[in-house]
Design a protein. Structure first.
Length: 219
């Protein structure tokens, strides 16, 4: 009997299993995965998503003894083959499924495995297996802007005024504040320099100012 060019392999890590008997058919489905949610007042809304993962299913059997129907000699015992697949399922890790001579070579999860006593000979194991394409999600990194400390508003630098002949603090306050009685604000901002310029300002605060003298005008 001429053997097929197709080989069905399933593996996890370094462990491999080649299916000894090829299935008569293999089903590959690729349905859209649509999510539905219920929103109060609007009823049910369906969001159409990208095509879902491929699903592969087929049926075959593990023969107890080698016969020409098998694709190769030294076939695994049905019990060992079943145990290996169940172990991979319990590991909750994906497997690699390959069919030589085709483009099918995909990472899958084993969705289900059903088996029963074989119909052909005692000791055989008939089985149905469903594999689903395994896709890993790569989380998108979102760059977060560094929080910058809010700068406190800086105090406005006081204005300066150059004293002219005939000026008084009373007149200067009226000019800058619209209220001559605010002259003490100018005096308090400049009293150290004004007393240094003329000690008479101790007895008569702000009375003695001189042309060319620069005064701070606080806001």
């Amino acid at each position: 009997m001429t053997k097929s060019v197709y080989e069905f392999w399933i593996s996890q890590g370094k462990e491999k299993l080649r299916f000894p008997v090829l299935p008569e058919t293999i089903d590959v489905s690729n349905s859209l995965q649509n999510d539905s949610v219920k929103i109060t007042g609007l009823g049910e809304i369906t969001f159409i998503e990208e095509p879902g993962a491929k699903e592969i299913s087929f049926s075959s059997f593990f023969p107890k003894r080698y016969s020409p129907i098998a694709e190769y000699q030294n076939i695994p015992s049905p019990e060992n083959a079943i145990v290996k697949i169940e172990k991979w399922m319990k590991a909750k890790k994906p497997v690699q499924f390959l069919i030589t001579g085709t483009k099918i070579n995909m990472t899958c999860s084993i969705e289900s495995l059903k088996y029963s006593e074989g119909d052909k000979e005692i000791g055989d194991r008939d089985f149905d297996i469903v594999l689903k394409e395994y896709k890993t999600a790569s989380p998108r990194k979102i760059k977060q802007k560094k929080k910058t400390k809010a700068k406190r508003p800086s105090k406005a630098s006081p204005k300066t005024y150059t004293v002219k002949k005939g000026d008084t603090l009373w007149d200067i306050a009226g000019r800058f504040y619209g209220n001559s009685t605010q002259w003490r604000k100018i005096w308090n901002a400049n009293k150290t320099a004004m007393i240094k310029r003329s000690k008479r300002n101790i007895r008569q605060p702000g009375h003695w100012i001189f042309p060319g003298q620069k005064l701070k005008i606080p806001q």
